[in-house]
Design a binder for this molecule. Structure first.
Ligand code: PMV
Length: 333
C-alpha cells in the first residue's frame, strides 16, 4: 500500500497496569482494564520514502506545518519502528507524520494512542487488517503496555486471558453497551517529570506492592461484572479505590513519585461530593495530575456545570467511550 493513514484512540485505565515483570518485552505484573476513548486520538500517515535511505519522522503542528520529531519522542518512534520492521521483515525507509488531538506526554495516554497508531499504520502497509489479532502485541512492542489496549474499542482487558501476561488485549463490551462520558480535567498540559516507564520500574520498591498484586484479580473481576451489569455504584467505588491505590504505590516507591497536584485533589473531592448528592459520577487519574471524571450520559451536563467553576483546570476535554482505531482516507501530508 502506498500511503496509509489511521487514527488510534487513547484509553483510560480503570484497573491500572503498574509494574512489569519483563521491561524488554513489556510484560505486565497484573491484568488491567480500560475504556477506549473517542475524541483523544493520534493520527498517523505513513508512506515509503521516494528518495534517500533514512526515515523522515514528522510532527504536524497546530498551524499545519510538518516539523522533524526530536528528542525522546524520536527515540521512542525509532525503537518501535525497529521492532515492527523485524516483525514484518520490511526494511523500506519511510516518511511518517503524526499528531495528537490532545496534550502530549501529560498522562492522558498519548503514548498508547501514538504507538498504537504507528503499529496499525505499519501493519496496514504490510497487508494486515484493523481486525488482525496480532495488533495488540505489535502496539505494545513500543514499550507502552497501555498501547496494547488502544487497538480495540469499548471496554478492554489486557491481557485478555488469565495466566498469559504476554497475551493480547480483548474487548469484553463494546462502547455502545454503556456509553460513559469522560470529562478530562487538564490540570497541567506540560510533560510529566517522571515517565510511566520509571514508575513501572519503581513499583515493586513500595512495601505495599505485593498486597496490591494479591487484591487485584478479585477487583478486576468485580469491575468487569459491574460494567457488564451497568452497575454505576460498584464501578465508582472500585475505580476510585483503584486510582488512589496506584498513586499510593507510586508515592511509597523508593524514590517516591508524586503525580498529583493540589487541583487534582480538589477535583477528586468535589466529584465525591457530587456523588453523595446523587449524581452518577466518579474519577480516576493515570500517571499524571489530570483527572478523568467518568459519568453517565444523563448526568453529564449537571456535572460539567458543577465542575467548570473549579480553579486550577487549564482545559476541559469532553470525551466518551469510543469504537477504536480507524483507517482514514484523509492524510497528514
Ligand atoms: O503504558 P504505559 O507504560 O504508558 O503505562 C501506563 C500506566 C497507567 O496509565 C498509569 C496505567 C494504565 O494501565 O494505563
Amino acid at each position: 500500500m502506498n500511503k496509509v493513514s489511521v487514527s488510534s484512540p487513547s484509553n483510560i485505565a480503570l484497573i491500572k497496569y503498574w509494574g512489569m515483570s519483563d521491561a524488554q518485552r513489556t510484560l505486565p505484573n497484573n491484568a488491567s482494564l480500560s475504556m477506549t476513548l473517542n475524541q483523544c486520538v493520534s493520527y498517523c500517515t505513513l508512506t515509503p520514502q521516494t528518495s534517500g535511505t533514512c526515515d523522515e519522522l514528522l510532527w504536524k503542528t497546530a498551524s499545519g506545518s510538518l516539523l522533524p520529531v526530536q528528542g525522546s519522542m524520536r527515540l521512542g518512534i525509532e525503537q518501535h519502528l525497529q521492532q515492527l520492521r523485524q516483525h514484518f521483515d520490511d526494511w523500506q525507509p519511510l516518511r511518517i507524520a503524526t499528531v495528537n488531538s490532545f496534550p502530549t506526554g501529560a498522562g492522558i495516554a498519548s503514548s498508547a494512542s501514538g504507538f498504537s497508531a504507528l503499529a496499525l499504520a505499519f501493519a496496514l502497509r504490510c497487508g494486515q487488517s484493523l481486525n488482525s489479532p496480532d495488533l495488540s502485541q505489535l502496539a505494545r512492542l513500543s514499550g507502552s503496555g497501555s498501547a496494547a489496549r488502544s487497538v480495540i474499542g469499548g471496554f478492554v482487558q489486557w491481557p485478555g486471558h488469565h495466566g498469559q501476561p504476554g497475551g493480547p488485549a480483548k474487548q469484553f463490551a463494546p462502547a455502545q453497551h454503556w456509553p460513559l462520558h469522560d470529562l478530562i480535567a487538564v490540570v497541567d498540559a506540560g510533560h510529566k517529570n517522571i515517565s510511566s516507564r520509571q514508575g513501572h520500574h519503581l513499583a515493586a520498591s513500595s512495601p505495599f506492592y505485593s498486597t496490591r498484586l494479591r487484591l487485584l484479580p478479585e477487583r478486576l473481576d468485580s469491575l468487569r461484572e459491574a460494567i457488564l451489569n451497568r452497575d454505576f455504584n460498584t464501578l465508582a467505588d472500585t475505580v476510585e479505590r483503584e486510582a488512589v491505590e496506584m498513586h499510593m504505590i507510586a508515592m511509597t516507591s523508593q524514590p517516591p513519585i508524586f503525580y498529583w497536584q493540589p487541583a487534582t485533589l480538589q477535583i477528586l473531592e468535589r466529584v465525591r461530593q457530587l456523588r453523595h448528592e446523587g449524581l452518577q459520577v466518579c474519577a480516576t487519574v493515570d500517571a499524571g495530575p489530570n483527572v478523568h471524571v467518568l459519568c453517565t450520559p444523563q448526568d453529564a451536563s449537571a456535572i460539567v456545570t458543577a465542575l467548570r467553576t473549579l480553579p486550577g483546570v487549564e482545559q476541559w476535554i469532553f470525551d466518551q467511550a469510543g469504537d477504536g482505531p480507524r483507517q482514514l482516507e484523509h492524510h497528514l501530508f
